[in-house]
Design a protein around this ligand. Structure first.
Ligand SMILES: [Zn+2]
Length: 278
């Protein structure tokens, strides 16, 4: 019905959004716990582009997608490790070029100031940790953790620049792989266990940030929160299956929207901390 909208007089779209930003910023000053589910569009605001969730691979020709998917398959890693590692080096270079943005930084601030903040990310680029976030559940693992699939030895790296390619396990000589699912592989189980423990504790507010594909494990925390009357927020450039379900929906760059919410949050917090007596 349009009459509803008309009855609000000349409230413009921009004002409406202002009200929503104010509401979410204010909620963040009241909650004790928050879950932030983050995805590729937040990293894209750092200049890091993705191909089907894989950071740093940019499709220049339509057939490039097939090349990426074939190159980043476990069979290729076994048969032609230099092909897979060529792509991994490209991803490594792009990821290292990217720096965390103000959106990442706001989540760091909230982790410092709220009793309990959890980030559940499908990004494998570690930008959250580089910004300073600590409680991060990496649902898809991380590009820079290398794993020996034979003896399961895992090593953490900041860069692949100094590795001899393809890198091999020091213990058994097997070619190492990144600890993230390659195309056609299942997701790791450990993050799900950790996520479930967090969900069992519950959250006072749940955000989805920069996610365009609502996989069931991403949608579930939002749907559960919604069914329990807990505020849900979606921020991102693309509409999703849940855009009409969440309580607050912001369509746009995650960094920009988080920045505006951070302003509201910061203003309320600083007003509150000013001495009232003098
Ligand atoms: Zn090994």
């Amino acid at each position: 019905m349009t009459s509803n909208r008309r009855s609000k007089g000349n409230t413009s779209q921009a004002n409406l959004k202002r009200e929503l930003l104010d509401a979410v910023g204010s909620l963040l000053t009241q909650v004790r716990s928050a879950l932030f589910i983050t995805g590729p569009a937040l990293s894209a605001d750092s200049g890091l582009l993705h191909y089907r969730g894989v950071p740093g691979l940019v499709r220049r020709k339509p057939e490039d997608g097939k090349v990426f998917e074939a190159g980043l398959a476990i069979e290729t890693l076994r048969a032609k490790p230099n092909v897979t590692w060529g792509l991994l080096l490209e991803m490594d270079a792009r990821v290292r070029e990217a720096a965390p943005n103000r959106g990442h930084e706001f989540l760091v601030r909230l982790e410092r100031e709220l009793p309990r903040v959890t980030i559940m990310t499908i990004n494998v680029d570690r930008l959250h940790q580089r910004a300073g976030s600590r409680n991060v559940i990496e649902m898809h693992g991380a590009l820079h953790d290398l794993l020996c699939s034979r003896c399961e030895l895992s090593t953490r790296h900041e860069s692949f620049a100094k590795l001899r390619i393809p890198p091999q396990c020091k213990a058994c000589g097997t070619v190492l792989r990144p600890d993230m699912p390659l195309f056609g592989e299942a997701l790791p189980a450990d993050p799900f266990t950790r996520l479930q423990a967090e969900l069992d504790e519950g959250f006072d507010i749940v955000f989805s940030i920069g996610i365009s594909t609502m996989f069931p494990y991403i949608a579930r925390p939002l749907l559960v929160a919604k069914s329990e009357g807990i505020p849900t927020v979606e921020i991102g450039p693309q509409p999703t299956d849940l855009s009409e379900v969440v309580d607050f929906r912001f369509r746009g760059s995650p960094m920009r929207v988080l920045d505006l919410i951070a302003d509201v949050y910061g203003t309320i917090v600083s007003r509150r901390s000013q001495p009232s007596g003098m």
